[in-house]
Design a protein around this ligand. Structure first.
Ligand SMILES: Nc1ncnc2c1ncn2[C@@H]1O[C@H](COP(=O)(O)OP(=O)(O)OP(=O)(O)O)[C@@H](O)[C@H]1O
Length: 818
């Protein structure tokens, strides 16, 4: 098989010769194969191994090279039917080998029909809902078909220039594609002829046939010949007659190998859920990751914004496991890079949207964690299906807000999903709320991401159809915003009655001209519509999110943030009168706009007026400030200047790690209850506090003693220095006078003091002087009136001089001594 995705090394001439030889040999082979297939009892016979099927040599060689010998259930049932040309609706659990169940018939049926070479035209079209899945299917096709088949196969998924794709497309026999891109070629590439198409395959058929792709798929079908074989595969197969009619299936065979199974999910998959209120979900996720650093984890969130926020914030906190993130707005090269990194990683945590929920075959995923509740049970089944694939084990955990529990469990039960509740160990649960608040405070970009994550989450809930599960009113949104590190919940407005499901499921190519938009720049957000259109109609909301400096926020944003309820529904009729679109770039989102405040002057909107003057709100300032020149605006960005406009802040306490905390923090009630009875907790608290106080007391005493000692030491030192500089008799005791260095005395005092202290007696300078008070040379001993020296001053010591003459005599004597 010649894939257009790779270069060819050999010369065209040599290849043509090889093909000719092969075709001659194949002709003999084909006749035999046709007979075998005709005799195949596709309905009753049981097939165990690939060797028991009538397959061509190149296919056998490909299977052998990939060590595929035994058929899986779905392969055993579907392949024989498909070889005989039936239309098929194939349903089997995730990871059960559906890809080969349609690829082998594609190769074989085209082989037998000799639909090979550029003259033969396009023989088979395989459609996948995502690029990643299309690439994976193409890779399997190459690995199986690459051992001798001569088909020209290619990938048409966008991300390359239309011209390059166009040229390759006209020579392809098999194309693996996404709906939007192939439709573009069908309508724009004149030489792309599909009249000879023999097979159409829809992988993840229910997804391709649902409302998101409806328009594209219907248009594609219009171009295809009605006389063709159609194969539909999915783990959650559609059986809707209307869908089948749209595809003009002819007497389709419904092959559902696990329909009678007790569960809809793989045997080796252990599934649990835990009740975690929305504001605690990131704490639980962080704690989970901390406890599973040696695992390969796939984490699902409901929008690209959340993926980015969680990835960026967790990355800053250095979780000790390589983090990756994937969502539909990344560049194709980045997406490929990430999927291949995650595929080869032994330990890693990938945060992703539902772009990887279906079909992707990441090897050896240990955990699938669903932080946001999936939109329905089918999405749940596909998400958890990324682990426990083909006879392997795996685990999945779903975090449910209390408001989602009842509704979601009901849906899962209806779909035969076995799931058990588990609780998070209170001991292992860590809180990252303060860290997130701290990070958002320091990093405006992260705060913007947090705001966008909040908005996209709230919108995704609003857009959900299943109101038994998703109820915005029951969610603690203010606390949720705070758990993302935001100072307040942004205000959001929705249009009543929009067809939200269609919008949510709409493929990205419907929204974006390139759909290669790189989301790595937090500020380059555009909404899902065409980029050029969007640039023409830029709104205050866009500008708000584009703004790098959060110290200068438009009053408009202040209103969005501070006014009214967090979520508000607006009639579509009112839209004309609204003064600003609040479109977000999230594909889940509807248009939301702000209703103007009556009598509001234009200038207050933060828009530049003709005069160039505008009012801006400084975060923390009481009133908006008039900016009449760029210079003034620059000045206002200086932190020092801003200080005088700001109100006094809230008092925070910083802990040892430098994290800010409010002075009083109330524990979450649920977490408190989990720790046991209130009275028992009170007793434990008192005990631990008493012990803590006792320990602190001992430490304090030690510290106080050391201080006192130090003080005394200093005092003694000072006195000694003073004595040195004064007259000899002034030293009182004349330690230096008689040649004694005074060490013994010092030692004594020290010893006495030490022994004193060791007995635990408090001593002070006043009650026991550490050193005899120096007497002035002229001072009379008040006690006995004599001028005798005090004890401790041994023989040979001089008497205290009483007069100037005495002193002179003493001095003479001393000098004479030396
Ligand atoms: N006959 C087989 N023998 C051994 N391994 C197989 C066989 N068929 C498929 N596999 C392996 O099983 C894994 C899952 O296969 P595949 O991706 O086709 O599953 P799937 O049913 O399409 O899953 P999903 O519903 O998630 O798309 C792959 O790694 C594949 O290589």
């Amino acid at each position: 098989m010649a894939p257009y995705a790779t270069g060819r090394a050999r010369s065209i001439k040599a290849k043509d010769h090889e093909r000719l030889q092969k075709r001659k040999r194949d002709n003999v082979d084909i006749e035999k194969l046709e007979q075998d297939v005709a005799q195949l009892d596709s309905k009753n016979a049981e097939f165990k191994n690939f060797s028991s099927l009538p397959l061509s040599e190149p296919t056998r060689a490909g299977l052998k090279a990939n060590h595929f010998t035994t058929l899986t259930d779905i392969q055993a049932k579907a392949i024989p039917l498909a070889l005989k040309g039936s239309d098929i609706l194939g349903a089997a659990k995730t990871g059960s080998g559906k890809t080969l169940a349609f690829l082998i018939p594609v190769l074989e049926n085209l082989y037998r029909a000799q639909c090979v070479g550029s003259d033969a035209g396009l023989g088979a079209m395989i459609i996948s809902p995502t690029r990643e899945l299309a690439i994976q299917i193409f890779e399997v096709l190459r690995s199986i078909g690459g051992k001798g088949h001569l088909f020209a196969a290619g990938l048409i998924i966008g991300g390359k220039s239309l011209e390059v794709e166009r040229q390759a497309l006209t020579r392809m026999n098999i194309v693996v594609c996404t709906p939007g891109r192939i439709l573009q070629h069908l309508s724009q590439t004149a030489l792309f002829n599909v009249d000879g198409l023999k097979m159409l395959v829809l992988d993840e058929a229910d997804r391709i046939l649902d409302m998101g792709f409806q328009r594209d798929v219907d248009a594609i079908i219009e171009y295809l010949p009605p006389e063709r074989q159609t194969l539909l595969f999915s783990a959650t197969q559609t059986k809707r007659v209307s869908d089948l009619a749209r595809l003009s299936l002819q007497d389709p065979e419904y092959v559902s190998v696990h329909e009678a199974a007790a569960t809809a999910t793989p045997k080796g998959l252990q599934q649990n859920y835990t009740i975690t209120s929305l504001p605690d979900k990131l704490d639980t996720l962080w704690s989970f990751i901390q406890a599973s650093k040696k695992s390969k984890i796939l984490v699902f969130l409901s929008s690209g914004k959340q993926v980015r926020f969680v990835y960026e914030s967790f990355r800053h906190m250095q979780p000790g496991i390589p983090l990756l993130h994937l969502h539909g707005r990344q560049k194709q090269t980045a997406r490929l890079n990430i999927t291949s990194k995650f595929s080869t990683a032994k330990t890693s945590c990938l945060f992703a949207t539902d772009v990887v929920a279906r079909g992707l075959d990441f090897p050896a995923v240990d955990w699938v964690v669903q932080v946001d509740c999936p939109e329905d049970a089918d999405t749940y089944i596909h998400r958890v299906g990324r682990t426990a694939r083909y006879e392997r084990d795996g685990r999945a955990v779903l975090l449910l807000d209390p408001s989602e529990e009842e509704g979601m469990l009901k849906r899962l039960e209806q779909k035969k999903v076995p799931i058990e509740r588990i609780n998070v160990r209170a001991k292992k649960q860590q809180s990252i709320k303060n860290q997130l608040q701290n990070m958002c405070f320091k990093d405006p970009q992260l705060k913007y991401l947090g705001q966008k994550a909040f908005i996209s989450y709230v919108r995704s809930i609003y857009l959900q159809k299943d109101k038994e599960i998703f109820n915005l009113e029951k969610l603690p949104l203010e606390e949720f915003a705070s758990s993302l590190g935001l100072p307040g919940a942004p205000r959001i407005k929705f249009i009543k009655g929009e067809d939200v499901k269609a919008r949510k499921n709409a493929p990205r190519q419907n929204f974006s001209s390139s759909d290669d938009e790189d989301d790595s720049d937090a500020t380059s957000a555009t909404n899902g519509k065409s980029k050029t259109t969007k640039q023409e109609v830029r709104t205050k909301y866009d500008r708000m999110f584009e703004r790098q400096n959060q110290d200068v926020l438009a009053p408009h944003y202040a209103r969005v943030r501070d006014e009214g309820p967090i979520v508000q529904e607006v009639d579509e009729d009112n839209l004309d009168s609204l003064n600003g679109s609040l479109d977000d770039d999230d594909d889940l989102m509807t248009v939301k706009r702000r209703i103007p405040v009556e009598g509001e002057p234009e200038g207050e909107s933060g828009e530049p007026e003709a005069s160039g003057k505008r009012l801006v709100t400084i975060s923390g300032a009481k009133n908006p400030i008039l900016i009449d020149s760029k210079h003034r605006e620059k000045l206002l960005k200086s932190k020092k200047k801003l200080l005088k406009f700001k109100e006094k802040g809230t008092k925070l306490i910083f802990d040892d790690e430098g994290e800010a905390h409010p002075i009083y923090e109330l524990e979450d009630e649920e977490a408190f209850r989990k720790k046991g009875a209130a009275e028992e907790q009170r007793r434990r608290f008192l005990e631990s506090e008493t012990e803590r106080v006792r320990m602190v007391d001992v430490e304090d005493k030690e510290f106080a003693k050391a201080k006192r000692r130090e003080k005394k030491e200093k005092k003694r030192e000072r006195e000694r220095r003073e004595a040195d500089t004064k007259a000899p008799d002034d030293v009182h005791g004349g330690v230096a006078v008689d040649g004694d260095d005074g060490t013994a005395l010092d030692n004594f005092l020290q010893d006495a003091q030490v022994s004193d202290d060791s007995e635990g007696h408090e001593s002070s300078d006043s009650d026991r002087p550490p050193y005899p008070k120096p007497k002035k040379w002229f001072q009379v001993d008040a006690k006995d009136g004599s001028n005798k020296r005090r004890k401790g001053f041994g023989p040979g010591m001089h008497e205290e001089p009483e007069t100037l003459e005495d002193l002179e005599a003493l001095a003479e004597g001393l000098l004479g001594k030396k």
